[in-house]
Structure formats: C-alpha cells, structure tokens
Design a protein around this ligand. Sequence first.
Ligand code: ADP
Ligand code: MG
Length: 470
Amino acid sequence: MKKSIFQKLFITYGITIILGFGILALVLMKLFSQYFIDSKKDLLLEYGQKITQDIAIGLYSGRLDRETLIEDLKILDKFLDARIWIIDRNGMIFGVSGTNEEQYLGQQVDNTRLGILYRGRNIIETGNFGGKFREPVLTVGYPIFYNDEFEGAVLVHASMPGIQKSFRDIYNITILAIIFSGLFAYVILYFQIKRISMPLMEISKAAKVISGGEFQKRLEIKTGDEIEELAKSFNDMAESLEKIEENRRNFIANISHDLRSPMTSIKGFVGGIMDGTIPPEMQGHYLNIVMDECQRLIKMTNELLELNNIQQGKVEVNKTNFELNEMLRRKLINFENEITKKNIDVMLKLHDDSTLVNADKAMMERIITNLLDNAVKFTEENGYISLRTREEKSKVVVEIINTCENVDEIEIKNMWERFHKGDQTRGIYKSGFGLGLSIVKEMIILQGEKIWADKLDGAIRFSFTIGKAK
Ligand SMILES: Nc1ncnc2c1ncn2[C@@H]1O[C@H](COP(=O)(O)OP(=O)(O)O)[C@@H](O)[C@H]1O
Ligand SMILES: [Mg+2]
C-alpha cells in the first residue's frame, strides 16, 4: 500500500523523537546513577578512613574495647546506611555493625581480597562480595596498619538498591519530564506535518480537476513558504492551460470565420456566373473579385504556415550586414499609393546618413512591411505616419508612429496575439487576419531583438531594436 506523506513524516520523525528522547533518558539515568554511586563511594571511603584511624587503631592500642566499638559502628551504620565489618589480620570477621549481620561473625574474607588489603591497598567494588550478600552492594575496604604491621581492615558495604532508591525520585521526575516533552514534540509534529500535507493534498486534488479539463480551478494556499510558491506556480500553470485552451477554441473559431466569408463570396460569384445570373459583360469584374478572394485565402494559409514554422523552430536566422535607411525608404515607397489616397502626412527622420545594421534581411523586410502596412491601414484619412531611427548603445531603434485615437492599454497588450483584430466589425478586407503582428513578434524574438508598442497622445508607437553592423 502507498504511504501518504503524512504517514511517512509522522513515522520517521516519530521514531527520531522516540530514539532521541530514549537515548537522552538512558544517558541521564546512567549519569545519575554514576553520580550517586560515586558520591556514595567517596563518602564510604572517607568514613572508612576515619573508622580505621579513630576507632580501630584505638582498639589495637587497647584504648577502646570491642563493645564500645560496636556501639559506635551501629551509629555510623545508621548514618551511612551501610554495613560495617571489622576483620582481623587473618581475614576473620570479628566485628559487625548490625544485629542482622551477626551471622557473618567468625566468617572468613577470601584471600584475594585479603591480599589486596595486606598490600596496603583499598578495595572498591560492586557485586555481592564473593557471594556473601544476596543483593548487590558497593563495598569499600580500608586496611588497618598499626606500627607498620597489617592488623586487619574495615569493610563498609552499602546496598546498591538502597543507593538507587535515594535518587529514584529525581530519576522519575526526569523520566516524566522527558516523556512529556516527547509527547509535546509529537503533538507539535502532528500539526506541523498536517500543515505540510494538507496543502499538498489540495494541490493534488486540484491537479486532478484540471487534468479532467476544468482549467478554471485555482488554489488558495497561504502558508508563506515553498508550498505557497508551489501553489502559485500551479495557478500560473492552470492559467496558461486555460489560456492555451481558450486560444485553441478561438483559433478554430477564427479560422472558420475567416475561411467562410471568402468561400461564401467565391461560391456566390462562381455560382452566379454558372447559372447566368451574372451577365457575361460583368463576369470579368466578378472573376477579379473571386481571384482576389483566392489570393487572400492563399495569403492567410501562407501566414499561418509561416507562423507555425517559426514556432516549431523550422526557420533559420541568417544575419548579414545591410543598409537600413535604404530599406526603410524603399518600403515606404511601396505604400505610396495608399498614402496619397488617404492623404497621409509622412515624416521620415533618420539619425544618420547611413545606418549599417546586422540582421536577417528577409525577415527585416517582412517586419517593416507588416508594421508599415498596419500604420497605413489603421491611420485615419489626413492622419500622419512618422518613421524614425535612433541609436541606443549597440542597437538601432526603429520607431513607427501613426495617428490612432481608439487604442487603449489592453488593446496594446492583446494585439500581438494570433488572430487578434482590434475591431472585429471592420471585416476581413480592412483588417487582414490578425496574424501580422504575431509574425512580426516571432521574427523579432528569433533574432534576439525586442519590440514593444506604446500609446502616445492620439497616436500609437511601435519600436523595435536591430543590432548594429559589426
Ligand atoms: N499601427 C497600428 N495602429 C493602430 N492599431 C494597430 C496598428 N497595428 C496594429 N494594430 C491593431 O492590432 C491588431 C492586430 O494587428 P495585426 O496582427 O497586424 O493584424 P491585422 O493587420 O490583420 O488586423 C489590428 O487589428 C489593430 O487593431
Ligand atoms: Mg497587419
């Protein structure tokens, strides 16, 4: 079965928390017991030495009798919570601190331990002292020397469970604190992971909706982190998809529309000629219109193919050096007829006598033709067109300005789209197919240049860059 991200994070982090806190508890426990055993050991050693010096030596020098010694040991036993034995030089136990201990009287301490004491060394050990105790004890042994003679030893045993009992409270509190902080960490973890996994689930759900074709689905995730970024990218993607889908629909609608009108008129005129509705003397005139329509259909197909080729990367850029001023003048002359017909005022302002540029010449011709075609087409009668060049660093900027009243920012943004026509009602004769600017833009981008449009007072300005000749 597939595990959700929530389960995965919860399990891995959970294990980490348990392990971390478990190890912490173990280490603390070890440190605590070590600390308590060590301090007990120090205490026992300290008192072992005192007993040896003060009491036992008194005994061997005869200043202290055995009964008094036992009484003193009993008091110390209570104080230290430890059993105290006195052994003689042969290792025989002859004095104990408690009545329960009397069973040990007369017993023998083994030779290994006696040997250590005999050599003047202390005994420090934990265990059941050679099988003498049922529970583990901490034993400290201290040899007694009198007049440089080994006289015996003092052995102090503290029960290990007894020592442990003394720090169990602290130990319990620590463990409790660890368990609580562990639980707390787990609760925080739970919410934190939920915070991560919930939006992911939401994104996944939205993705399913979109893949089902509902492109208008958007996400509202405000986590202020990478997930919000992801959601934002997701929304951008959805928007692009929606746009592509819309473009696709429009594309088909536009093509159908632009095909239908010329086809209908061709059909009408050819039909009229065939059935005799159009008299023979008029046939030449209508055949000319049919011819025009056919030409327009071919033009549209060519433009579509051209655009498609560019977008599929099939068109190669072939840059050469050429004279731009000459090209601009030549292109302008091509539109002379329409310009005079509409009584358009033309201004040509070139920044230099000769402007050598480096670009794909054929594409440049196409770009300038399309832009001038628009300028002439969309300028009202008695308007003006201004063609200018200027230098900017390593670029030459060409500006084409023409009078134009009814263009707003939205139109300026949208007009680069395929099939976009500013005024749908103007009909295809006047407006073309709305492909001109798309082709221009693609060709400019292909050459690594820029093109933009802005609105001036009662006019529109198209500007594009060309690299200077190298
Ligand atoms: N020089 C211009 N002046 C005013 N409007 C323009 C100009 N150039 C383009 N436009 C607007 O942008 C639209 C798209 O232009 P274009 O892609 O060349 O298509 P078409 O020329 O076939 O209409 C035009 O329909 C028009 O509304
Ligand atoms: Mg055009």
